[in-house]
Design a protein around this ligand. Structure first.
Ligand code: GUN
Length: 294
């Protein structure tokens, strides 16, 4: 079994980005600027956005965190988005999800300028991704592709089973793994809450990508020998013995599945850090595109 070490690879990617940013500074060019909008006080979202902003600083980007209260109206959020769309200093921005119930997420994602949509969630960018056009690929799927590539994992003709059809991970992942090229050229099965006989399906998978958010969902008996297992789950489980009062766990019964897998991602330290690295990569791409247009 080989560990797909997202922590290590994400650090390599950040160093590559930092070197490019240092050159930009040397040439006196504007460096990439990422903004993040966080609405409300959800603990997990605060942690993720905090990591994104800190990572920006580490690679030499500029960053702006816009915190809005949980009572923010849809109109107020749309107005803030318009402001960031029009701010020439900002190359890319994200609206952290989930949003409070009074706000229509689809309306919000449609309001983001596709040229600044470094999450790749705008329908125009999602459509371009599905049509193999150059665009911003959503950070988590992009990070998984990058891990498969850097560890030379063969995907051609393999049966990839994706568990979960979220717009952020499962759906785009299923499209990307079936694309022409590498990583891709897989035969993809997208499973979800209405899938019958899931064990029968996962047992036939060469590659399993689980993005469900249910701790210990994927057990050893659901996985064939030498499968590649990617765990996208990040669930906080309450635990008074831990300093933070919780621990983080994935969808996969790591202890037992890792004995059968050829490659496997740990949680934490697998897909999570890759997501942040790829968001930075998309922001760098946004800056390069803006520069070449001026
Ligand atoms: N919530 C969970 N994952 C993500 C992500 O990749 N981007 C945003 N904006 N919100 C999220």
């Amino acid at each position: 079994m080989q560990l797909l070490d997202g922590k290590k690879v994400s650090n390599e990617i950040k160093e590559e980005i930092a070197a490019k940013v240092a050159k930009m500074r040397e040439r006196g060019e504007k460096v990439p600027h990422l903004a993040a909008i966080l609405v409300g006080n959800d603990g997990a979202s605060l942690t993720y956005v905090g990591s994104k902003v800190r990572s920006c600083e580490r690679v030499g980007f500029e960053s702006t965190l816009v915190k809005m209260p949980s009572t923010t109206s849809e109109l107020e959020l749309l107005s803030k988005i318009k402001e960031l769309n029009e701010d020439e200093n900002i190359d890319g921005f994200i609206v952290q999800l989930p949003l409070p119930p009074q706000i229509d997420t689809q309306k919000v994602l449609l309001a983001v300028d596709p040229d600044k949509d470094v999450d790749g969630f705008h329908p125009m960018n999602f459509g371009k991704m599905a049509l193999d056009m150059s665009t911003f690929i959503p950070a988590t799927p992009f990070g998984i592709l990058e891990l498969l590539e850097r560890y030379n994992v063969d995907t051609k003709g393999k049966h990839t089973v994706v568990i979960g059809r979220s717009h952020i991970v499962g759906r785009p992942m299923s499209i990307l793994m079936g694309r022409k090229g590498w990583p891709g050229n897989s035969t993809v099965t997208l499973t979800h809450s209405h899938t019958k006989n899931i064990t029968q399906i996962t047992s036939q998978a060469d590659i399993i990508i689980s993005a469900l958010g249910v701790p210990n969902f994927l057990k050893a008996e659901m996985v064939k020998d030498d499968a590649v297992v990617i765990d996208v789950g990040i669930t906080r489980v309450a635990d008074d013995t831990k300093e933070k009062g919780y621990y983080i766990t994935g969808d996969v019964d790591f202890e037992n599945v890792s004995k059968k897998a050829s490659f496997i991602t740990p949680v934490p330290g697998g897909v999570g850090p890759m997501t942040i690295a790829m968001l930075l990569k998309n922001t760098l791409l946004a800056r390069e595109r803006h520069r070449s247009r001026k």
